[in-house]
Design a binder for this molecule. Structure first.
Ligand code: PAY
Ligand code: ZN
Length: 315
């Protein structure tokens, strides 16, 4: 089978290769990595995650959530999730803080959440910029796809959405109308007390977004979210000098509703963030492969800042 040393983290990979990579990680690190299938897509593909953590029998652990690829065309996001897993696995043996974090917390990482959309975006040049999932539209509409980042049960359907099923920001027929959204809601919702952070990875724009997407709501821990977020942006900048802006979507991007980040924060997960990785629009979703490494290195540093803060606060 495929071994970690043979995997090229600095290329984009089609879905089958990412699935083999997941199995390879389980094979290579059987004591710390398990793979869980937690859902099925509209087209009946499996949604899988890697749970990474040191097994500590009898001890109740906390957890960190990371998902990549809610939007199909944002290929740098799945690349980042894979890089993230490889880095924490490489460092925990020698880095005592990472070792402690892996003893106290499990990392639940979904490399590709919108599996159908991702597969479709790999089909050919005409589908490369697909964003949504692949559910057939409601009766009378011939378009496909719901925007999964508008479909969560968080002020659903109120702002920054469309009810036109042909729109890229179609929010679906109801909150959680999509199986993908339902599975994430069940999986995270049933363990919500465990999760210290919820990190959802998108591109592009070089932003770190805090709840909420709706301008009428402010997170109760907004100051903490901003302070930690600004620290993360500093950590990002230190790596390759890249600037990330930090703020709520209405303040620095555009208002919206039904995002997974807002839903997670409403569940009581305090440190919920959306990463918008490189770039600022020069290449946009088609970020060249020669920028994968630098994008991942800097975002890793930013994500670790948040995770380390969460760990330090609790343990
Ligand atoms: O507040 O979480 C939010 C919104 C985040 C993203 C969204 O769902 O609209 C922002 C966009 C994304 O990554 O999907 C940004 C990209 C560039 C887009 O498609 O507009
Ligand atoms: Zn996105």
């Amino acid at each position: 089978h495929l071994h970690r040393a043979e995997y090229d983290y600095y290329k984009y990979h089609p879905m089958e290769e990412i699935v083999s990579w997941m199995s390879a990680m389980v094979n290579d690190y059987p004591d710390v990595v398990t793979m869980m299938d937690y859902g099925r897509t509209v087209e009946n593909r499996t949604i899988s995650l890697l749970k990474v953590g040191v097994q500590t029998p009898g001890k109740k652990k906390k957890a960190v959530w990371m998902d990549c690829g809610i939007h199909a065309r944002e290929w740098i996001a799945p690349a980042f999730c894979q890089y993230f897993v490889s880095q924490i696995l490489q460092s925990y043996k020698s880095d005592s803080l990472m070792k402690q974090m892996m003893e106290n917390m499990d990392f639940y990482v979904t490399p590709v959440f919108n599996v159908d959309g991702y597969v479709y975006s790999w089909k050919d040049n005409t589908t490369r910029l697909w964003r949504k999932n692949r559910s057939p539209g409601p009766a009378g509409c011939s378009c496909y796809g719901t925007d999964l980042n508008r479909n969560f049960d968080a002020n659903w359907g109120t702002i920054g959405v469309s009810s036109d099923c042909c729109s890229n920001i179609y929010c679906g027929s109801a909150p959680m109308s999509e199986p993908e959204t339902q599975f994430l809601t069940y999986f995270v919702g049933s363990r919500k007390e465990d999760f210290l952070c919820y990190l959802t990875i998108h591109s592009y724009g070089q932003l770190l977004l805090v709840p909420y997407g709706h301008p009428n709501f402010t997170a109760s821990n907004y100051n903490e979210l901003m302070e930690v977020g600004l620290g993360a942006a500093q950590a990002v900048e230190k790596v390759h000098g890249m600037k990330y802006r930090v703020g709520s979507s209405p303040d620095i991007l555009y208002p919206n509703s039904g995002s997974s980040r807002d839903w997670a924060h409403l569940q009581g997960i305090p440190l919920s963030y959306t990463f918008e990785l490189r770039d600022n629009g020069t290449f946009g979703f088609k970020l060249p492969e020669d920028q994968i490494q630098a994008s991942c290195e800097e975002a890793y540093s930013g994500a670790l800042h948040i995770i380390t803060y969460a760990h330090h606060k609790t343990f």
